[in-house]
Design a protein around this ligand. Sequence first.
Ligand SMILES: C[S@@+](CC[C@H](N)C(=O)[O-])C[C@H]1O[C@@H](n2cnc3c(N)ncnc32)[C@H](O)[C@@H]1O
Length: 233
Amino acid sequence: MRRLQRLARRREPGFALLEGPRVVAEAAAAGVELELIAVREGDDSLVDAPRRITLSRGVFRSISQTVTPQGVIAIAKVREWTAGEAIEVARAHRWPLVVLDRVQDPGNVGAICRTAAAAGAPALALLDGCADPYGAKSVRASAGNVFRLTVARARWEDLAGLDGYGAAATGGAPLAEAPIEKAGMIILGSEAHGLSKENLKLVTVPLGGGVESLNVAAAAALLLFEIRRRLAA
Ligand SMILES: C[S@@+](CC[C@H](N)C(=O)[O-])C[C@H]1O[C@@H](n2cnc3c(N)ncnc32)[C@H](O)[C@@H]1O
């Protein structure tokens, strides 16, 4: 129980706290090893784990980070990959590596992981300044799908060998004319400041109605599903 409380306050490398029956079930389905499942008294979980404990409603509420916690929490072992491994996995699947550049909102990081998994992107790299993809909020926003991806922390130097496109709200080549499916990486920029690197080739989803930019997770969905469509063609 102390370990659960500690993990709820601060994530330990190699472990993640999963909240909610759906996230726990998705993670288990993705092959994640669960160390422990904690169930709120009166609730149940069909997912297997080596240890299972029941918590009173009060203790459960103190550990859960959601406002209306559903009655299952689990500790998962997560493999944190290196940038080189993520690059290799992307290359082996002939997909661009999806790179996040200072995407700070865990909801956006999780949503992009979910979209990337759905589009078939195998690997994702997060540059400095991104939210923790294995934090409880990101994992919840990914609906557990972050575990279907090879996810690594990276620095720009790690990506130096990759030719890629930065996604930009304005000024890039229109999506229809940019061969992003052939790129080594596709980089999505921060909610407030966009991309942190200059001299990238840029791609833009043309917008109508006087709208300046898309939410970064919405932009990711359009770009990644366009890559999926082109790779399948
Ligand atoms: C909210 S936008 C950032 C807007 C910010 N004011 C800027 O300076 O770019 C967050 C990210 O979403 C992506 N994005 C937003 N709109 C886009 C568009 N129309 N085409 C391609 N990417 C877009 C870009 O990667 C951008 O960095």
